[in-house]
Ligand binder design. Structure first.
Ligand code: FNR
Length: 211
């Protein structure tokens, strides 16, 4: 029984990315990549996807989930006495070479938690931590359109924040309720191959911005 993947994944590209991504590019040093997960739910499908990415990380990168659920809601008045969670988050993000955003779709947008993290990292004015960080966006949804709206809303903010976001492959992962078994492992090895393709493309993207 092989046809299921077509039901659970809505991805990709109007171009054949295999032609664009010959090999995993050689990065001179291992790159440190932050993973931001838009869902705060303990059984989050997006968090499961983040863990799959960590398991399948190529040896050119280290991936680390950076928590965003503890960040107080952005309020510019608080900058007079910056909350320590904001300061720690900003400092931490600056240390990374790149960012992978994994988001659910909430009402055709990314989540409030993810948007709050973007806003916190974007201030104080001229201290935007997202600037020049080579980024990628993955959306994971139970729905059929794979969080397309969330994916693109997030890209819109990242454009404003001067984060260069990888264009292809677009990762809209739909029908995600069937994507993982009870241990959080992928139920279909073809999804694993798509994750490898994603990493090959992201590795190439990183090479454009970092040594
Ligand atoms: C949703 N969900 C949802 N799904 C979708 O495909 N498009 C949407 O616009 C929305 N809107 C939405 C709003 C709110 C407030 C909630 C709580 C949920 C469903 C959502 O994609 C689903 O719950 C995912 O499983 C959430 O991701 P995590 O928490 O599993 O990572």
């Amino acid at each position: 029984m092989t046809p299921k993947l077509a039901n659970i994944i809505v991805i990709f590209a109007i171009v054949n990315i295999d032609n664009l991504i010959p090999d995993l590019m050689e990065l001179k040093e291992r790159k440190q990549i932050a993973l931001l997960v838009g869902s705060l739910r303990k059984d989050s499908l997006n968090r499961k996807m983040a863990r799959v990415l960590i398991d399948l990380t190529p040896d050119t990168m280290d991936l680390e989930i950076i928590e965003i659920g503890n960040l107080p809601l952005y309020n510019e008045d608080l900058e007079e006495n910056t909350p320590r969670e904001w300061a720690a988050f900003r400092k931490k993000i600056k240390e990374f070479d790149g960012i992978i955003f994994i988001t659910p779709e909430y009402n055709r947008s990314t989540t409030a938690a993810m948007k709050n993290a973007l806003d916190v990292g974007s201030r104080p004015y001229t201290h935007n931590v997202w600037s020049n960080k080579p980024s990628a966006v993955i959306s994971v949804s139970m729905g059929a359109i794979g969080g397309f709206g969330a994916n693109h809303h997030l890209r819109q903010s990242l454009m404003c924040l001067n984060a260069p976001v990888m264009a292809q492959p677009e990762m809209y992962i739909g029908g995600a309720a069937d994507l993982f078994d009870e241990h959080g492992s992928l139920t279909d090895s073809r999804m694993e191959e798509l994750v490898h393709k994603f990493f090959r493309a992201y590795s190439r993207w990183l090479c454009k911005f970092v040594e």
